[in-house]
Design a protein around this ligand. Structure first.
Ligand SMILES: Cc1ncc(COP(=O)(O)O)c(C=O)c1O
Length: 442
């Protein structure tokens, strides 16, 4: 019953059968059921009132989520030839020659001490380069001293969650559809995830209720796609200022905005209340495992200490290379090139869907490099995923990203950056065929 309430299967307010009735149904003693009800009531899951029986405690928009059994959304599709998985940039376009040149230059210039143990916050060269880059491109307000370089933003989130937990934070609002890897990082640190609904204005930050912190993807909600509206941004910042809570801003693909300039980081509105998390995984390659945090001054030391305890620091040579890569302008150039390519791919996707499967509505296309395709209501999401797999196409259903109950209609989350350019049109055509082909008879 606890699981059913947690996952939202038993909605708040639902009236439970009388102990006598449930005991008879289950073939157990009435006292056993009464004892279970009493225990769940003590834990806050149920509420008993004389005269109106026992009901599931209403939790407003927030639903408690158990630590997920991790299933990487993309795990099942790795062996398939055409990968349309969200979160993957086109790694075949990795600028190898420029990266090598930056690595050579960085290593030649590095003092020998750079090969010893270093500052847990990361190399100064990279923190200086990041502070300037993030200010220029994302409007982030940061000094190099507030930056901690991490092994991907996933580690950054894990470290922050750990520090927050040590400081008494117990719950965190997360978007109702999110990346399970991030939710695992949060819950593994002992935080309880409370889901925030998402609409066209982004996460309903007002439903954070009593959460002690919030994790948001303001630039491009992952995976649904809306941008957090100005009103919601202001509301989130007011909430943080009023409650003293911290907001974690996951700016995973903030540089990729297709039709106008990227919306700046939320962090700029309230640097003292927002922890900014960024990554090279989307702009360059996930295999680099380079990410960064920009922290409010009062928690820098604690997060640096947690980083030191986790792995001393992230590899120095990769950091020095990235610093040189950013300084030389190669990072900007690569992003510009990728953005053009991804926009072309996005337009091709929208056109192909409009032509071949007009009943399928594509959303979340203003930014990033994934989109959500809402299937006709009579289609089964997992069957569509299966039909795509039968055509050698890996794609995920939206349900793979549901944190709790998958409450929306059938939809696919399509990452349109991951196939190499030469394979993209074929991947798209096969996906359209899979969606258009009639569902298997029952
Ligand atoms: C929304 C989002 N944020 C952050 C990450 C983590 O990226 P990394 O740990 O590679 O920096 C991912 C990974 O897929 C993601 O989808």
């Amino acid at each position: 019953m606890r699981e059913a309430v947690r996952s939202g299967r038993l909605a708040g307010g639902t009236r439970l059968p009388a102990t006598r009735v449930l005991a008879a149904d289950l073939g157990v003693a009435r006292g056993t059921v009464a004892e279970a009800y009493a225990q769940l009531a003590q834990e806050g899951w149920l509420t008993s009132r004389v005269g109106s029986g026992t009901r599931v405690t209403a939790t407003e928009a927030a639903v408690m989520v158990p630590p997920p059994k991790l299933r990487l959304p993309s795990a099942h599709g790795r062996r398939l030839r055409y990968q349309l998985l969200a979160g993957y940039p086109d790694v075949s376009a990795f600028p190898r020659a420029r990266w090598l040149a930056a690595a050579r230059k960085a290593l030649a210039a590095a003092p020998s001490q750079a090969l010893g143990y270093g500052d847990p916050r990361g190399r100064g060269e990279l923190r200086v380069a990041l502070a300037a880059y993030l200010a220029r491109v994302r409007g982030v307000r940061a000094s190099p001293d507030q930056i901690v370089v991490c092994t991907g933003s996933t580690q950054g989130l894990a470290l922050v969650s750990q520090v927050l937990r040590e400081r008494g934070v117990t719950s965190i609002g997360v978007e109702e559809y999110s990346h399970p890897v991030l939710i695992r990082a949060v819950t593994s640190a002992g935080l309880t995830a409370l889901t925030l609904s998402v609409d066209d204005d982004g996460a309903a930050v007002g439903s954070a209720g009593d959460a002690d912190a919030m994790l948001l993807t303001p630039a491009h909600q992952f995976p649904l796609g809306p941008v957090l509206s100005p009103q919601r941004r202001a509301e989130a910042v007011r909430w943080a200022a009023r409650t003293g809570a911290l907001i974690i801003e996951d700016d995973y693909d903030g540089e990729f905005r297709h039709d106008r300039r990227p919306v700046g980081a939320l962090q700029a509105l309230a640097p003292e209340h927002v922890i900014y998390a960024g990554t090279a995984s989307k702009a360059l390659a996930p295999g680099l495992r380079l990410g960064w945090l920009v922290l409010p001054e009062p928690i820098v030391e604690a997060v640096a200490e947690a980083k030191s305890a986790a792995d001393l620091h992230t590899g120095s040579l990769e950091q020095l290379t990235l610093a040189e890569f950013i300084r030389s302008g190669a990072y900007d150039r690569h992003i510009r090139r990728s953005r053009l390519d991804y926009r072309r791919r996005r337009d091709e996707l929208v056109e192909a869907f409009a032509r071949y499967i007009p009943a399928v509505h594509v959303t979340g296309i203003a930014a990033g490099f994934h989109a959500v395709a809402t299937l006709p209501p009579d289609q089964d999401e997992q069957e569509a995923v299966g039909r795509a797999a039968a055509r050698d196409v890996a794609v995920e259903g939206l349900g793979s990203y549901a944190i709790g109950h998958h409450s929306r209609g059938p939809a696919l989350v399509i990452g349109y950056a991951s196939p190499p350019g030469h394979a993209y049109t074929t991947a798209l055509t096969r996906l359209c065929e899979a969606i258009a082909s009639p569902p298997a008879p029952p």
